[in-house]
Design a protein. Structure first.
Length: 216
């Protein structure tokens, strides 16, 4: 079974390199968003590009902002399960500051070049132990894409809950603190735990997939 994996804002398939899953992981690479393209339209283009709607036996995995895309893709297709890591399932899980920023159009006023924070701040915010990898990802960040993604995050409207959801959050996540009783908590896990706690996360995912699909 394939698991289509979508990385976080500004990141790429490097964040999945430490996972050890029992199924084939297919990294979904970001495509350039059109001007002010809605997240649903963007998700539809990814579905078409990877032929996800033609697959009959697959799962979706999303990390951070990639979890929003994973959610939208899951609503438009029929995955066996959806995995969200360091992410959110609905708009209700966004904190008040992010919602307010969306209403005030705050991020529209920020030049894209300012969306890549100094490495020392990023290390704290992401809680990264593998700082070298994070630095490399930050260096390669597509800033116009980051600005589009942040706008879509703060204005995300989804309120639908997913079936067969595997949702994993870290108790020390400063960017998207875990919410909801359906979240599997990683003690002291930070936003970059997809890398730093990969072994623990892999074990959880493999166990949950096996429980949902015992014949796979």
């Amino acid at each position: 079974m394939k698991i289509y994996a979508i990385s976080g804002l500004g990141a790429d398939e490097r964040v999945f390199k430490y996972l050890t899953l029992d199924h084939e992981l297919v990294p979904v690479k970001w495509i350039t968003p059109k001007h002010k393209e809605p997240i649903i339209a963007y998700s539809k283009r990814l579905i078409k590009k990877y032929g996800i709607d033609k697959d009959t036996n697959f799962g979706i995995l999303g990390v951070s902002f990639g979890g929003l895309i994973a959610t939208e893709i899951s609503k438009l297709t029929k995955p066996k399960f959806t995995i969200l890591i360091s992410s959110i399932e609905t708009r209700n899980e966004l904190n008040g500051i992010i919602k307010l920023a969306g209403k005030l159009k705050f991020f529209e006023l920020i030049p894209a070049r300012l969306l890549n924070p100094p490495k020392c701040i990023a290390h704290i915010v992401f809680g990264a132990e593998r700082k070298k990898l994070l630095n490399s990802i930050l260096k390669d960040t597509d800033l116009p894409f980051a600005k589009w993604a942040i706008r879509e995050l703060v204005n995300w409207e989804n309120r639908s809950q997913l079936k067969n959801l595997i949702k994993i959050g870290g108790t020390n996540d400063k960017l998207l603190p875990p919410k909801g009783s359906n979240t599997i908590l990683i003690d002291k896990g930070a936003h970059f735990m997809i890398v730093d706690r990969a072994k623990e996360i892999s074990e959880i995912i493999n166990g949950k997939i096996k429980a949902l699909n015992p014949n796979e």
